[in-house]
Design a protein around this ligand. Structure first.
Ligand SMILES: *Cc1c(COP(=O)(O)O)cnc(C)c1O
Length: 467
């Protein structure tokens, strides 16, 4: 049988050159020590060989050498390996670091999640009556207590909480307008823009006031038959000072009640403690304050100042919470058992005021003297060849909260002519060490490093000095 183009295979120059590309199985054989699933390795090798085949038709004089192909694949696979989700040492000094997974869980919460993961659990089963039970009813009760609301529930994250609330109150035209101050049409972190969330939920924006000033009258004039709700968004990740004005939650709540529209506050970071104890005058509003002032509902994140797993908590009026849970969308946003178990342990600790169990709270409270002692021990262990010193540093709470609060801290400062290269070598350690560069120096802030990681950190630094 002849092929339609009439050429035999050996005469096709592209096919002839393809022969000088190493065979897949030979490359794979030499990569069998790589600790990644075989299909993952195969995909990388195939992609490389295909690229070589295409390149070869242009450059037939330089056929690829097997060892070079293997080495290049190995480099790519090592990078892939480093991109697997795994623990890192956070030496950035930012306690709630969104890129590093926000709040690490307490040991008790992590164990609770693991127990729930490995076992059957009474997720929707009432062990008292032996009948079908409410999902996470105990946790919801405790969340309500913690937030000072009649009721509470939780979904995937705070963005989901807000979408659910908007869909419930504001997705049915003509009554679908959400009154919001122009000063609160903000972006919080990556991909969370308040106006876009509103629109995606089917609500219409009714902007009032100006960027820096919005008064009660602005709200009053905007409310009409099309108003579905008033939304307040806590400007968590930046601070606006100077010629600014905004009504209090109490004033706004009174207006909302008079005009019979719900008032919802998205608090985001959602501290359940007095943040002025962190040595700064900056006060993060608590859900309890907001609800006591008359807001119908508040939404907060589970993994910011609360110190739990990723979740979005909605607290407030029992009637509204019950109605939210009946929304079909709620089913799509609800949390799984691992999250519920971890959150339950976190909330129990908060209610019992065992806040030292929570890593973020320990990190906020550890003294500079203690940090300095740890830094000195690590630097001393490195010996005289190490070009490292103990330096004063400034840590932050992070997570888009308390932008003006600076926590005095201690860092190990590394002296090196190429700080970028040094930072890369630290990232290549196991576990990776993530620091920051300031004034041409790599710094490793100890406030966000767990004391149990000090030895690993010292080992990573020792390895730098040797090589
Ligand atoms: C962080 C934040 C959110 C988003 O919370 P996620 O839990 O990340 O979805 C929403 N609103 C405010 C005010 C926030 O600070």
């Amino acid at each position: 049988m002849t092929r339609s183009n009439g050429k035999s295979q050996t005469q096709d120059p592209a096919l002839a050159s393809a022969r000088s590309v190493p065979a897949v199985h030979r490359v794979i054989e030499l990569l069998k020590d790589v600790d990644l699933p075989r299909p993952t390795v195969l995909a990388v090798v195939r992609r490389r060989l295909n690229a070589l085949r295409e390149g070869l038709s242009n450059d037939r004089a330089h056929p690829p050498v097997l060892s070079a192909v293997v080495e290049a694949a190995r480099v790519e696979l090592r990078e892939l390996q480093r991109r697997r989700i795994a623990p890192v040492i956070n030496a950035t000094g930012i306690i709630i670091h969104t890129n590093l997974g926000r709040s690490p869980l307490s040991d008790r919460a992590a164990e609770a999640a693991m127990e729930a993961a490995r076992n059957y659990v009474n997720l929707e089963y009432d062990s008292v009556t032996g009948e079908r039970g409410g999902r996470a009813a105990y946790l919801e009760q405790n969340l309500a207590l913690l937030c000072g609301g009649e009721g509470a529930t939780l979904v995937n994250n705070c963005a989901a909480a807000l979408v659910l609330v908007l869909r419930h109150f504001a997705a049915r035209p003509p009554r679908n307008q959400v009154v919001i101050s122009r000063g609160e049409l903000v972006q919080i972190g990556g991909g969370f823009r308040v106006p876009e969330i509103l629109e995606s939920a089917g609500a219409t924006l009714r902007e009032v006031g100006t960027t820096n000033r919005t008064n009660l009258d602005d709200y009053l004039r905007a409310i009409d038959d099309g108003t579905a709700m008033i939304l307040r968004v806590h400007r968590s990740n930046f601070y606006m000072g100077g010629f600014v004005e905004t009504p209090t939650t109490g004033q706004l709540a009174k207006l909302a009640r008079e005009r019979d529209v719900p008032l919802v506050e998205d608090l985001g970071s959602g501290a359940t403690f007095d943040t002025t104890t962190l040595g700064n005058e900056e006060r993060e509003p608590t859900p309890a304050q907001s609800l006591a002032a008359g807001a119908d509902l508040v939404t907060i994140s589970g993994d910011k100042l609360l110190g739990g797993p990723q979740a979005g908590i909605i607290a407030g009026s029992a009637r509204h919470i019950a109605a939210l849970k009946r929304e079909p969308l709620f089913r799509a946003l609800r949390c799984e058992k691992l999250v519920l178990a971890a959150m339950q342990a976190t909330v129990d600790a908060l209610l019992a005021e065992k806040t030292d169990e929570l890593p973020i709270r320990r990190m906020m409270n550890v003294s500079v003297d203690e940090l300095r002692a740890r830094a000195e021990r690590i630097v001393a262990a490195l010996g005289s060849q190490a070009r490292a010193a103990v330096a004063d540093s400034e840590a932050q709470v992070g997570g888009g909260s308390l932008p003006r609060t600076v926590l005095p801290s201690i860092a190990i400062e590394l002296h090196n002519s190429d700080p970028e290269a040094l930072a890369e070598r630290l990232r290549a350690a196991l576990p990776p060490v993530i620091g920051y560069i300031t004034e041409g120096r790599v710094r490793l802030d100890l406030r966000t490093v767990f004391p149990r990681q000090d030895e690993q950190l010292a080992a990573a630094l020792a390895a730098l000095a040797v090589s």
